[in-house]
Design a binder for this molecule. Structure first.
Ligand SMILES: [Zn+2]
Ligand SMILES: [Zn+2]
Length: 264
């Protein structure tokens, strides 16, 4: 039932730190069975490591160029029949857009706005994760957000990680952090705050988060979900099967799925 218009609402290109050229993304999306794809490159002048160069972050002139490119793709055959959206992924604070109108803004807490001190190797620091949870709630309740990005995955734990962990080890650490600190009440508050402003919460496919129980809670709360591969690698574009299968298994309806055109 949800299969008709599969969308990947979170993909990075070479305009920030992704591998795929924007020009090749519509074709990659079509080949992986998508009806629509959102290119959501990093744009966050507040980020401690912000460098507005291709390979790292967008800046406003390149965002404007991307939006123009999107318009050209839509009026030509270059879209390969795939609907293309151009958005941004920002951090925990609203960013200056100066009149630019991306199709969507993903707001992700990539770092804490007021981080408590951390110790390397001490990952289960309650004060730190409480501060994280506050930032996510603030993002969901604040301005300039269409999608609350990866609330329970890709957690900002770099300053606490010991060197040499694998992708899978980091995901296991995140699941443990979620088990210890991310109480049901917090999810419910975030879902309610997002739902109240018409924002979606992301089903983040590379980390398979939030957990199915919490997605069930979200559906009961009335929040909508968007599906994202968060592809930095070209071959990940369209890897949103986990999200669609989960929604299907939970009996979600098409109206539970958010996409940029939903409100436009
Ligand atoms: Zn992110
Ligand atoms: Zn991302």
């Amino acid at each position: 039932m949800l299969e008709g218009a599969r969308a990947d609402c979170h993909v990075h290109s070479t305009w920030s730190d992704g591998e795929a050229n924007p020009e090749e993304i519509p074709e990659l999306a079509r080949r992986s069975g998508l009806a629509a794809v959102a290119i959501t490159d990093h744009y966050d002048p507040h980020a401690p490591d912000y460098r507005p160069v291709p390979g790292r972050f967008l800046d406003l002139p390149r965002l404007a160029a991307m939006i123009e490119w999107r318009d050209r793709v839509r009026t030509s055959q270059a879209g390969q029949g795939v609907r293309v959206w151009v958005g941004i992924e920002r951090g925990p604070l609203p960013v200056p857009l100066e009149g630019a109108t991306p199709d969507l803004v993903i707001a992700s807490v990539h770092y804490l706005t007021e981080p408590p001190p951390t110790v390397r190797g001490r990952l289960f620091d309650e004060a730190y994760w409480r501060a994280y949870m506050q930032d996510v709630l603030r993002v969901a309740s604040g301005p300039q957000v269409d999608v609350v990005g990866h609330m329970a995955g890709y957690l900002p734990m770099r300053s606490m990680l010991l060197p040499g962990s694998t992708f899978e080890e980091r995901r296991e650490i995140e699941r443990e952090i979620a088990r210890r600190f991310f109480i049901r009440d917090w999810y419910e508050q975030v879902f309610r705050a997002a739902a109240a402003r018409g924002a979606a919460c992301e089903l983040h496919c590379p980390t398979k988060s939030p957990s199915p129980d919490m997605v069930r809670l979200g559906l009961d709360t009335g929040v909508r979900f968007s599906a994202g591969s968060d592809a930095h690698i070209a071959s990940w574009i369209g890897d949103v099967g986990w999200a669609y299968d989960l929604l299907e298994s939970l009996g979600a309806r098409p109206a539970d799925l958010w996409a940029p055109d939903f409100d436009r």
